[in-house]
Write a protein of this length. Sequence first.
Length: 277
Amino acid sequence: MARGKASDSAAAAAAPPLPAAVPPLPAAVPPLPGPTRLPRAFTAARWSFFCATVALAIGALALIDQRLMGLPFTYDGPNAKFAGRHVTIAWCLLSPSLAGESVDSRCGFSLAAAAVSLALSLVWSYVQVLRRNPFKHKRARLADLALAVLGCVWWAVVAALLCVWTDRANRGGVMRASWRNGLCCIAWAAWLAFVGLAATSALLVSAKSQGLFDKWAARSQAAKAAKAQERERAKAAKMQADAAAAEAAAAAAAAAARTPPGAGDDNPFRQGGADAA
């Protein structure tokens, strides 16, 4: 009897400790409505249009300065010191022809147009950073829309003028026609970028789009909450499974400790030897 109690106590000591109480599975609770936020895709589209306006303005400045403000030629004059050298003189290649004088005001206006566009883009970005979320501030939304519309009108006028000047220069046989055509393409691409920026800004001002953004944000928040609840439920289920496995192992160890040695042995030779002894 004492031996059985000792074996029980030894089995209890050898058994693994039971885990702490496992919390019950969380119930599915609908998420509470949070603050209004702009969808990430919408915000990414807005900043993509902004980056396009900045990049195109810088590209226009570089193209005009490097390709359309100098007239290259090979010197073949009387001075033997400069014979055969490649020389570049100041000449606006937006001029209608090479026969008359250089119309430097056209290149100057083109540079100023790109600089004004770059300034508009930087002011627009300042409005975003200043208010952080223009969706929540009416004045910021209106300023956002006004800057984008101003950029659209500005580039529409500039692109039309550049196309007219490019056509006249190409007809006059002025060199580097491909670079002038590229400048026109850049101007219309900048106009399209400001159009996209104005369209997204108009959505911010519209009351219907505000309701759409609210539904979009609520749906995104509900999806995130559902995923978090699913992770919690899976974690709790795993803890319950581990606890059940630990309890089964402890019960098996206790049962093995209570069984006397040789009780389940079916070997007749071993049993006979034990009886003879």
